[in-house]
Write a protein of this length. Structure first.
Length: 375
């Protein structure tokens, strides 16, 4: 199985991409033949074996890759997670060498810990990411299970803690007081001042300022509107996800509504016995009016379902200026739920189609329309 770590070398006469592989190999793709994947290093045996012959070297779930193509380094750094080591692969002859961590016995994959030091005396625990700092000639390591970011000088093989208390926590502060929870991917910013950290279990990207020695959280926004040419903002049209083809499609009886009236749609959904909504995964509803999008202008087109015992009422105000006397309103519902012991989780969808007859000559429907279904 190929993992997500990729390093690209474009400084040679040809471009080569290196990819880690869960079968304990490092693969390379080059322009020798388009679409060809070649083994660059690794025997396929799960071990911590260094060798001058790259195909005789052994890796144990190599994860992170980082390229130092310039001399005197001219190598690929590898975070070899299961052996708790950082290794190097020469770009000149493919020789695989030890940098820090692990121990000398290639079959011992349990030489892990949290010890700063030099070379073989260093102990890491399941490092997942590495990032080369060309500006400072330093290598940063995401020491995942130690919840730390460490720094290695490849010239002296000195490895020391750069940031993180070692507790699985979440804190953005100084390097010494910051906390991570199984940090994974690393990336050095273009200017060399910032180091970006994928803080896995905190679901964050943390930003380390390598000059100010501080850690912050990268703000990630999901804008609700977008600017277009001209001085006026226009609402970005949201894409309504489609329910599965196997989902129930319930056609409701037409209702009569009047311009200016607010139509209420009451969700009344029942889960199977012994189940509950999945925590941390928002169940939700969406409105659509295909061919009559004017109905949804200045409306709330979607929302979350936080509780089965207290389900939301969807309000739709019929515009005073109607462009059609008939329309079909669609309500798509997505429910994520698990068994009581969370041993099995699933998603169910349902689509309600509500025909509308718009008139100003007779009273509209005043009672809420119930959207009822038992899964």
């Amino acid at each position: 199985m190929i993992s997500a770590a990729v390093a690209v070398c474009a400084t040679a006469p040809f471009c080569t991409a290196f990819v880690t592989c869960r079968s304990h190999l490092c693969l390379s793709f080059s322009e020798l033949k388009k679409g060809t994947c070649l083994r660059f290093a690794g025997s396929g045996n799960e071990e911590n074996r260094n060798n001058a012959y790259p195909h005789k070297a052994g890796f144990a779930q190599p994860s992170g890759l980082s390229l130092a193509s310039e001399d005197p380094w001219s190598c690929l750094f590898v975070a070899d997670s299961e052996s708790s080591t950082v290794r190097t692969i020469s770009l000149k002859d493919g020789a695989v060498k030890h940098l820090v961590g692990g121990e000398r016995d290639p079959m011992n994959l349990f030489a892990f810990g949290d010890i700063d030091g030099v070379g073989i005396d260093v102990k890491l625990q399941h490092p997942l990411g590495v990032a080369w700092d060309e500006k400072r000639n330093l290598l940063y390591v995401a020491d995942s299970y130690n919840h730390k970011i460490k720094v290695v000088d490849p010239k002296t093989k000195v490895c020391s803690t750069l940031a993180g208390t070692g507790d699985a926590n979440d804190a953005a502060s100084s390097f010494a007081e910051s906390a991570f929870n199984e940090p994974g991917g690393l990336c050095v910013g273009e200017s060399g001042r910032l180091l970006y950290v994928a803080d896995t279990n905190n679901h964050q990207i943390k930003v380390m300022d390598l000059e100010a020695k501080t850690v912050s959280v990268l703000p990630i926004f999901k804008p609700d509107s977008a600017m277009v040419d001209g001085p006026f903002p226009r609402e970005k049209q949201k894409t309504v996800p489609k329910v599965p083809k196997s989902a129930p499609n319930i056609q409701l009886a037409p209702v009569t509504v009047c311009p200016g009236q607010t139509l209420q749609l009451q969700l009344k959904l029942d889960l199977p016995p012994g189940t509950k909504l999945t925590e941390g995964v928002p169940s939700c509803w969406f409105l659509a009016a295909e061919g009559n999008e004017w109905l949804l202008q200045e409306q709330i087109p979607s929302g979350d379902i936080e509780s089965i015992s207290s389900q939301p009422t969807i309000a739709l105000r019929i515009p005073t200026d109607c462009l059609s006397l008939e329309a079909v309103l669609s309500v798509s519902v997505f429910l994520y739920y698990c068994s009581a012991d969370s041993s099995a989780c699933m998603m169910k969808g349902i689509l309600f189609r509500q025909p509308l007859q718009i008139t100003d000559t007779q009273p509209g429907c005043g009672a809420p329309v119930e959207l009822t279904h038992v899964f």
